[in-house]
Write a protein that binds this ligand. Structure first.
Ligand SMILES: NC(=O)c1ccc[n+]([C@@H]2O[C@H](COP(=O)([O-])OP(=O)(O)OC[C@H]3O[C@@H](n4cnc5c(N)ncnc54)[C@H](O)[C@@H]3O)[C@@H](O)[C@H]2O)c1
Length: 315
């Protein structure tokens, strides 16, 4: 059996599923100088993927491409087997449906040499539940990125019950080597870490819209003009540490701790009724105004590049 390459010796990356996230991974791997083999079963997947890469390339170029990086190093494979055959690592980014993930990961597992790590972009499934049909689950691991994966540094890496510890270590080392900020978990944390926090906020936002307590636009402004500015450099913990004044977090907890019992939070998921869906969708359309999704992607990428620069996070 061949040996797994060292994390800094990866040359060929296979990306399976090439939508918003898979396409973003493809762009990032290309920018870091890798040869990328992608596969996606959708009709016209190649044109869509090349469009995604072209849209990401200006920001990636501005941040600095690795020597030899080129969009010409992308091949769209005719089938899954061709995409993964020579890969040093595989990144799966197919739709978030458990049955699909199970059968797809089993198919990737069957087609990929056994020493190769297979990572999934899943936003919330545990690898234990996704790997049930795989023959060699020890090399399957979650590597959960954030949109857009070509600009947001964080990736959450977590194995399932059958994932070998050295696979988690290898994946974290590979991703750090290519410039990612990696959080690893030594056991399967439901929903991972950043995603749990993100979802808690999202749940509250949907409750407020459903109850007519806030508009979509107010929710967005409340974060971008408020706590969101601080969260780019101090997380929620250090932010509240400072809110306690010279006494820091201890004073913060003693002062505001009792109000934790206030019935502000509505931790049960809101029912996604057609009316709520309509209100959120219409609110976003109103807020976006004449800006198309492509305009907003350009606006976001511009702002993220500037922010990464200001924060000294450009690799
Ligand atoms: N969108 C996000 O913000 C985000 C963030 C982090 C992680 N994720 C995760 O990334 C994964 C992909 O999400 P997305 O937002 O890119 O979805 P998407 O719908 O944009 O892309 C999914 C792609 O998978 C392809 N596909 C469908 N069936 C497939 C199959 N059997 N094999 C391979 N590819 C197949 C589709 O054609 C499509 O191009 C999901 O697991 C999701 O939870 C999404």
């Amino acid at each position: 059996m061949s040996e797994r390459v060292a994390p800094d010796q990866v040359r060929i990356v296979a990306c399976v599923g090439a939508g918003v996230i898979g396409g973003g991974w493809v762009a990032y791997f290309l920018a870091r100088g890798f040869t990328v083999r992608a596969w996606d079963p959708a009709p016209a997947a190649e044109a869509r993927l090349r469009g995604l890469v072209d849209a990401a390339w200006p920001a990636l170029t501005e941040l600095g491409l690795a020597p030899g990086a080129s969009v010409d190093r992308l091949t769209v494979a005719p089938d899954l087997a061709a995409a993964v055959a020579e890969a040093d690592v595989v990144q799966e980014s197919a739709p978030e449906q458990l049955d699909l993930k199970r059968s797809l990961l089993a198919a990737i597992d069957a087609a990929t040499p056994e020493h190769v790590v297979v990572a999934s972009s899943t936003s919330g499934f545990g690898m234990t539940e996704m790997a049930v049909e795989a023959r060699t689950p020890h090399r399957l691991v979650v590597a959960h990125p954030f949109n857009p994966p070509y600009l947001i540094p964080l990736v959450e890496v977590v194995g399932g019950e059958k994932t070998a510890a050295d696979v988690v270590t290898w994946t974290a080392a590979f991703l750090r080597h290519i410039g990612k900020s990696v959080i690893t978990m030594d056991r399967e944390v439901p929903g991972f870490i950043a995603n749990r926090l993100q979802e808690a906020l999202w749940r509250e936002a949907l409750h407020m819209v459903a109850n007519g307590e806030a508009t979509v636009e107010q929710i967005d402004a409340s974060i971008t003009d408020g706590p969101g500015l601080r969260w780019a450099f101090h997380g929620p913990m250090l932010t509240f540490h400072l809110a306690g004044g010279p006494g820091g977090m201890a004073r913060m907890l003693d002062h505001f701790g009792p109000s934790l019992l206030s019935p502000w939070t509505r931790l049960a998921a809101p029912e996604l009724t057609p009316a709520l869906r309509e209100r959120v969708v219409r609110g976003c359309a109103d807020e976006a105004g004449s800006r198309s999704v492509a305009d907003l992607v350009r606006e976001r990428d511009r702002a993220l590049v500037d922010l990464l620069r200001v924060l000294g996070k450009v690799h």
